[in-house]
Design a protein around this ligand. Structure first.
Ligand code: PRP
Length: 182
């Protein structure tokens, strides 16, 4: 059932499931027999991570990092802040960043730069959603689920003011919801 604050469902639960399986299959080939560290970028990517890892044949190590550039706004502040660092050392390890969405590219550019200074063996990026037309910083993504238009999306981990992350689909928020004062 569609949440009343959602204008339209952009990607259904079934389509997400199919895509996540397809992405897992590709990762299973590329990381066969390896033990990469999956770096999940909190908080948005956790739902994607949880579904993805349950389809993996290799043995991933999970770690989490928290950055923020949006605060409670719908627009990136342009300043990426590291809120919580990894627990694991990634020196000499294969690292795969797991993200829900790449928009301006500022978050992933910052993360890539930051993690590369720690000398991993390899560093790749896996994102479910790509708002290609919004890119400010060029960033090469290795695994992409869906390219989506520039609409304010929530659900499947994505939030507006920390809400709607639990929705099982990706939906477009009604403009009157994010335009009204909180
Ligand atoms: C969102 C998303 C990405 C980032 C992408 O995070 O999860 O990390 O924005 O945007 P960019 O490409 O323009 O940098 P947010 O800062 O909203 O935090 P959250 O994951 O906790 O919701």
């Amino acid at each position: 059932m569609k949440h009343p604050d959602i204008k339209e469902i952009l990607i259904s639960e079934a389509d997400i499931k199919k895509k996540v399986s397809r992405m897992a299959k590709i990762l299973n080939k590329d990381y066969k027999g390896q033990k990469p560290i999956l770096v999940s970028v909190l908080k948005g990517s956790v739902v994607f991570l949880c579904d993805l890892i349950r389809e993996l044949d290799f043995a991933p190590v999970l770690d989490f990092i928290s950055v923020s550039s949006y605060a409670d706004s719908t627009e990136s502040s342009g300043v990426v802040r590291l809120l919580m660092d990894l627990r694991e050392s990634i020196v000499g390890r294969d690292v795969l960043i797991i993200e829900d969405i790449v928009d301006t590219g500022l978050t992933l550019s910052y993360l890539k730069r930051n993690l590369l200074t720690r000398k991993p063996k390899s560093l790749k990026i896996c994102v479910l959603l790509d708002k290609k037309e919004c890119r400010v910083k060029k960033i090469d993504v290795d695994y992409t689920g869906f390219v989506i238009p520039n609409k304010y999306c929530v659900g499947y981990g994505l939030d507006y003011c920390q809400m709607y992350r639990h929705l099982p689909y990706i939906g477009v928020l009604k403009p009157e919801i994010y335009r009204k004062p909180q």
